[in-house]
Design a protein around this ligand. Structure first.
Ligand code: ASP
Length: 345
């Protein structure tokens, strides 16, 4: 029975609660009362639901590490009091926030479900109501007294995804998210079907550990045909640069022009960490498969495996923010710390 499950609903902003500015017509966040007004069903839902509202509310394009810290502090302070947490968040950066939270909350054994919508909850065809109700049901779901999904997840358009495997792939359709390299954790039809094999269940309930620090001295260097030495140099000359995500082609391939490889080699020698992440949404980096990734491997560029770009960015900022040596950071990049990559052994 889930009838007594208690949920903390955290409203950060995003389309779900937006209304049109009467003058410009642009969508902007509105207060939580508006959401509750549209959802009288929340009162009689059978769960105890409390709410916390961010001030100011934000469009998720303005998300930053401070917002992530604010979120995990709310979760930490209320961890003993609630069975699950639902975060209402804009869709634009939801995958980044979900990834960041998955690293910041270690030994999590309660659900943290992010959701939002493509249309504001006050509009007739809104997807917000269904998303919110499903997210709450999943956050409240238990089996033998334990959470059904004790992970940081994204619930959208009837599907539940592991947060750090998710990408916003569509700005128009209601199914805005995809998890290309990891199965869906649950799907809501008449019943909610849980894919227990794909869900991570901790062996023991440990004390929640939270991490609050990041280092944003990173860059993303995207490969494209004819990229110029000046562009690569500008990126590699960023002061205090500690790590670069090389967004490569296919299975991790890049141009083999010598000027390019020389610059990468020199930067590695200067202790800059390079992580090879593919521009493809599905599939994995496989360095050395083609000649066009052999030298990268030889010079010490690290394999990003099947990590999403959103998760590569948050994982790097997270690891660099901890008191770790470069060697330790590299070691953690090569393994899954929150279910974010598949490493074949
Ligand atoms: N710009 C909005 C946001 O991310 C889009 C959304 O919520 O869907 O806050």
């Amino acid at each position: 029975m889930n009838s007594k499950s208690s949920i903390l609903l955290i409203y950060t902003g995003g389309t779900i609660g937006m209304t049109k500015d009467p003058i410009s017509g642009a969508l902007r966040p509105f207060n939580f009362e508006k959401i509750l007004e549209q959802m009288p069903v929340l009162q009689g839902f059978g769960y105890e639901i409390d709410t916390v509202e961010f001030s100011p509310l934000i469009d998720s394009s303005n998300v930053n590490t401070e917002i992530w810290v604010k979120l995990i502090r709310i979760i930490k302070q209320n961890y003993g009091k609630y069975d699950g947490f639902v975060i209402l968040h804009g869709t634009d950066t939801m995958a980044y926030t979900a990834s960041a939270l998955s690293f910041m909350l270690e030994d999590l054994y309660k659900p943290v479900v992010l959701t939002g919508s493509q249309l504001p909850i006050g509009t007739l065809r809104t997807d917000g109501k269904e998303n919110l109700i499903t997210a709450i049901e999943i956050a409240a779901a238990k089996e033998n007294g334990n959470a059904m999904v004790p992970e940081v997840t994204i619930c959208f358009e009837s599907k539940l995804y592991r947060g750090n495997r998710t990408t916003k792939h569509n700005s128009e359709h209601f199914n805005a998210f995809q998890s290309y390299n990891y199965p869906i954790l649950a799907e809501a039809g008449i019943h909610i079907n849980y894919n227990k094999k794909a869900i991570h269940y901790p062996e023991h309930k440990k004390l929640l550990k939270v991490y609050e620090t990041f280092d944003n001295n990173i860059a993303v260097l995207k490969m494209f045909p004819n990229l110029s030495p000046a562009y690569v140099e500008a990126v590699l000359n960023i002061p205090d640069l500690r790590a670069v995500i090389l967004e490569t082609y296919g299975t991790g391939n890049a141009t083999t022009e010598s000027w390019f490889l020389d610059k990468i080699k020199k930067a590695v020698e200067n202790n800059v960490i390079f992580l090879n992440v593919t521009q493809c949404r599905a599939g994995s980096v496989e360095m050395g498969r083609y000649q066009t990734s052999e030298d990268l491997l030889k010079y010490g560029v690290l394999n990003g495996f099947d990590i999403t770009i959103e998760t590569a960015i948050t994982k790097l900022m997270f690891l660099l923010g901890q008191e770790l040596s470069n060697e330790e950071v590299k070691m953690y990049l090569g393994k899954s710390i929150a279910g974010e990559i598949t490493v074949e052994v």
